[in-house]
Design a binder for this molecule. Structure first.
Ligand SMILES: *Cc1c(COP(=O)(O)O)cnc(C)c1O
Length: 427
């Protein structure tokens, strides 16, 4: 108990500190904090436009990783010794920082996982146990494979029905069709907040209200949203919210599942092992309380602590200005790309984030991506783990430039220059 109180104090203090030092948005200053951006690739200045796949890490996070393994490495929730206590305190302080950032009611509602994929699998496995044959799950046509396959596996296992809410050619959800799919049989709606391929921002608040009206729970895949827009899980009123640390400027191998406490309490454990138990005998085991019930075994301790550091970094940023900057970048890139003949922007939703996906007639995205890479431009090419979405657009894949707040218009100019050269070479 004392430990928890102590953590709360540390964290509150941390918030006050960062609020005081929140600086006006300045791209140049922000870039200086990301050493990876200062590299040359094939002798060219790196232009990193693959933030949808993973983001680069600020110095403060790199330092925290180094500090942990250099001086603080110890197992948590176990030892009585100084280092173990310190690691435990920091790990739990990070959980509280994330709780505050998401505006979750309690830190027990923040479960550390391996990432968004792991969080979704946890819910599919565990919440899935509460469902019965004939129950229905709704996803959308723009989901990442991570938010399709676990539900398909669950449907096979439990005899459930998977329904897919369709989209239009702009990449927007068809809300009337979604309404039609909702019924008393719907037990879960699992939908992406922002599409990783199209950039579409879905009207999740409306979706959550509608789903709740028929008694369904809602899982929001926030893998592409939390790094771009402010997320408030209590305002959204979602039942689950998942994301990955590595896309939000933190380390790989760690992520978060937020779940409402009463729901998590009703759900059976996901994996068995150390830490998730209260008492074990060969006859019977009783489980630990939240959040530990869902955290079997030694977790990614450094990852958990340093994800907290990534949020400390985000707290120091003017996120509203950062988002405005990102949207300006996307608009700037789209306006230039639009002037190329035979180029098609895939994903033209009215409400979208800083993702620009496109195809060029007669060219395979992979060839374009390879030539861009040779000029120091990192973009993603292919299906972006959304094969059914590619089938809908009848394309093999796209070239995707996805921007973070540390990108600049000058980088887009370099990208366009390299793109023109590549076109010339390929045609
Ligand atoms: C990246 C991503 C995932 C999966 O995240 P992992 O970090 O690979 O677990 C799920 N959904 C969306 C929308 C994503 O962009």
């Amino acid at each position: 108990m004392f430990r928890t109180i102590q953590n709360k104090l540390i964290c509150t203090f941390g918030n006050i500190m960062t609020d005081l030092i929140k600086k006006p948005f300045n791209v140049k200053e922000i870039r200086e904090q990301f050493p990876a951006l200062r590299q040359k690739i094939y002798g060219k200045n790196l232009v990193y436009f693959d933030n949808g796949a993973t983001s680069q890490k600020p110095q403060i996070v790199l330092d925290a990783i180094n500090l942990f393994y250099s001086k603080e490495n110890a197992n948590i929730h176990r030892g009585v010794h100084y280092m173990s206590q310190k690691a435990t305190t920091e790990y739990e302080a990070s959980r509280i920082r994330i709780q505050k950032y998401l505006n979750a009611k309690k830190s027990e509602e923040i479960i550390f996982t391996k990432g968004a994929t792991d969080s979704i699998n946890l819910v599919a496995s565990s919440y899935g146990e509460l469902l019965q044959a004939g129950d229905e799950i709704i996803i959308s046509a723009m989901e990442h494979h991570s938010n399709i396959v676990p539900w398909q596996m669950l449907c096979i296992r439990k005899g459930l029905v998977l329904r897919v809410a369709p989209i239009n050619k702009k990449g927007e959800l068809l809300m009337e069709e979604f309404d039609q799919l909702l019924s008393k049989k719907t037990k879960l709606v699992a939908i992406t907040h922002i599409s990783n391929t199209l950039g579409t921002i879905n009207p999740v608040k409306e979706i959550i209200q509608k789903a709740h009206a028929v008694g369904a729970k809602v899982l929001i895949d926030g893998a592409q949203s939390i790094q771009h827009i402010k997320v408030d899980v209590r305002d959204l009123d979602c039942d689950f919210f998942v994301f990955s640390s590595h896309k939000v400027f933190g380390p790989t191998g760690i992520g978060v599942l937020y779940g409402k406490e009463d729901l998590l309490d009703r759900m059976p454990p996901y994996q068995g092992g150390g830490d998730m138990i209260s008492k074990v005998t060969f006859e019977r085991t009783t489980y630990n309380e939240l959040p530990f019930k869902f955290e079997a075994g030694t977790p990614h301790i450094a990852g958990g602590i340093c994800l907290g550091t990534a949020f400390e970094f985000l707290e120091s940023l003017d996120m509203v200005a950062a988002e405005k900057h990102e949207r300006e970048l996307a608009k700037y890139a789209e306006d230039i790309l639009d002037t190329f003949e035979g180029l098609h922007i895939i994903g033209e939703a009215k409400n979208k984030t800083s993702v620009v996906s496109f195809t060029v007639d007669g060219l395979h995205p992979f060839d374009l991506g390879t030539l861009l890479d040779k000029q120091g431009i990192a973009v993603r090419t292919g299906h972006h783990c959304t094969q059914p979405l590619m089938d809908f657009f009848k394309i093999p894949g796209t070239v995707r430039a996805s921007f973070a707040f540390y990108n600049t218009k000058q980088e887009i100019d370099l990208f366009v220059e390299a793109f023109e050269k590549s076109l010339f070479m390929l045609k």
